[in-house]
Design a binder for this molecule. Sequence first.
Ligand SMILES: NC(=O)c1ccc[n+]([C@@H]2O[C@H](COP(=O)([O-])OP(=O)(O)OC[C@H]3O[C@@H](n4cnc5c(N)ncnc54)[C@H](OP(=O)(O)O)[C@@H]3O)[C@@H](O)[C@H]2O)c1
Length: 373
Amino acid sequence: MTRAAMLRGLSRAIVYTQTGDPTSVLSARTFSLPPPAPGTLNVKLLLAPINPADINVVQGVYPARPSLEALPDSAPTDQLFVAGNEGVAQVTHVASDVAGLNVGDWVIMTKPQSGTWASARQLRPDDVLKIPREAGEVHAATITVNPPTAWNMLNNFVHLNEGDFVVQNGANSAVGQAVIQIAAARGLKTLNFVRNRPDFPDLASKLKALGATEVLTYDDLTDRALVKTIMKDWTAGKGIRLGLNCVGGKDTTNMMRLLGEDAFLVSYGAMSREPLTLPTSPFIFSNLTCTGYWQARWSKTHSREDKESLMKSLVDLIVAGKASALKEPEHEILTIGAQDSDEVAAQKVRDIMSKLLKGQYGKKVLLNMESPV
Ligand SMILES: NC(=O)c1ccc[n+]([C@@H]2O[C@H](COP(=O)([O-])OP(=O)(O)OC[C@H]3O[C@@H](n4cnc5c(N)ncnc54)[C@H](OP(=O)(O)O)[C@@H]3O)[C@@H](O)[C@H]2O)c1
């Protein structure tokens, strides 16, 4: 093999050998990626997001985790976890026995915890789905977790008619923003709650530009007069039938008061780490259903055709030209350069972890890991 060919085969991954504090357990490893083994393909990762759940996986407090693996040029006993669940990649090599995928295709991951915080990986065709390039890199890198979660929560619990309200907290999260946009595309109204902050008016304007009907803070939920107005005037006395909970804690208890008869309160996140306490009476007298939603479970229990169909619906929303109903999440790209040493690469990731762990970062961070030279 020529030196150039060998260099093309180098990859780098963000790895850990034991779960714990992401600002200390993460490191970077450079390894050489062999040509695809039979039944596999090699991909170059284009962008991979850092989602809150990815941080929880590294911390060891999330129910899903990657499998231990040995990198291709390591001893079988040198086992580690490669971090990263979501991302978009470009196919660079395909084994001769693999059909339906070609060099240059863009793919997203269908297998959870595929180890996407890497510059290149070897994957199985069953673990990826082709995605059209028109989706754009940022959308494609962030399309398998948050938008489908929003889509399924809006569709799978309550039959909503045009003009109906949905209420949610954590409305400025990536999921919350997808909820706002998908709901608006369906003609649904959204009542959106966020934490108070000095630049609240700017945040409210930004969410309204995405299609939010109303944006309020958790403090507003303790204003009895406002709650009465929402119930009586905004929802024409019907109350709201779908509430989405990203946060937990007492703010969610307060938000539940906006729900009407036969409503669903669907919890998908626990960002405040506070338990959810609910009064008993709405369960008895208003037939409240309080349940949870996990996209990973949906993926595990649905067919490849279901996943393709959901991705198509989302891509259709994205690529509708000027009428695009789903905008890219606000983001920044963290590049791990080809010239960076493994130590520099790891430090860049650990630094962003410590910023994200402080909260209120406001932007989705996407890793762009160049192949090392
Ligand atoms: N169940 C599922 O299938 C599923 C799928 C996707 C995501 N999720 C979960 O959904 C949540 C949001 O994910 P994402 O990717 O959309 O996140 P994101 O874009 O990083 O947004 C994080 C959100 O959490 C809020 N937040 C952070 N710390 C908080 C605290 N202590 N109290 C109250 N709010 C807090 C942030 O509000 P500020 O701006 O005020 O900080 C922001 O709205 C995460 O818990 C994630 O694991 C679940």
